[in-house]
Design a protein around this ligand. Structure first.
Ligand code: NAP
Length: 220
């Protein structure tokens, strides 16, 4: 499986404000680039923090890209994936509509009642890990379901775990020309933070997009 992390931060490295509300960091060209990347992916993943904060849809916007996907396989949109250890995703979340398949990665700690409700709402449940989702095992299960190209959009808690487990192959980071500030505002990689072995990135490309910069890194 190839895992591409795609995220947008402010110039000071924040994914959103301390209120954890979605902020427009990039512009139309970057949204279009992101839409193209979604269209090339078999699945798009976020953490449940992003579902609760933003209620994203995670589908492909551009109709021509949906048609092109249909021409090469069956679904107009990639599958949607949420890392959600305790099955906190609301049953009326936009990612649970009928537009695409949705996998919820849960742990053994997820209440059985919530699992039943979410299955009834159309989610496909994948259990991995005792208290928290074991990402290595969950991604292996997704691969068995045919997910070869996984795009991960955030947020900062999930991305830290993904880098910590050495699961990311590539990082595409848009850095916008805005300051957000706030010590409690989410950053690209939150979690516990690294103190000894820091993941190394190899800068492969730099491009001006809209009013910011797109950085493409390989994760070593
Ligand atoms: P997040 O990373 O989306 O989700 C974190 C949650 O995922 C955790 O609290 C945890 O909840 C669950 N999770 C399950 N397994 C995990 C694992 N192995 N490791 C880590 N987390 C795991 O939430 P966030 O860090 O609060 O980020 C949300 C913010 O990011 C929002 O403000 C959103 O707007 C912003 N965002 C920005 C961008 C961007 O590109 N600018 C993209 C996405 C999101 P459980 O313990 O309950 O499972």
């Amino acid at each position: 499986m190839r895992v591409v992390v795609n995220a947008a931060t402010s110039a000071d490295g924040k994914l959103s404000s301390k209120r954890r509300e979605q902020i427009a960091i990039s512009g139309p060209d970057d949204f279009d680039r992101m839409d193209a990347l979604r269209a090339e992916s078999d699945a798009v993943m976020v953490g449940v923090g992003t579902v609760l904060a933003d209620d994203p849809h995670l589908t492909v916007e551009e109709p021509e890209r949906q048609v092109a996907r249909r021409e090469r396989d069956a679904s107009a949109h990639p599958a949607r994936v949420v890392a959600d250890s305790r099955a906190r995703t609301p049953t009326d979340a936009r990612i649970l509509d009928d537009e695409a398949t949705t996998y919820l990665l849960v742990s053994e700690a997820a209440p059985a009642e919530r699992i039943e409700e979410l299955e009834a709402a159309g989610a496909r449940l994948v259990t991995a890990g005792d208290e928290r989702v074991d990402l290595t095992s969950a991604l292996a299960s997704l691969e068995r379901e045919g997910v070869e190209r996984l795009m991960v959009e955030g947020g900062g808690e999930l991305l830290f775990s993904l880098f910590e487990a050495d699961l990311a192959d590539e990082l595409r980071l848009y850095v916008g020309s805005k300051l957000i500030g706030g010590r409690d505002a989410p950053t690209l990689a939150d979690g516990e933070g690294f103190v000894e072995e820091f993941p190394e990135l190899e800068l492969e490309d730099v491009e001006r997009v809209d009013d910011g910069v797109l950085l493409r890194y390989a994760v070593e």
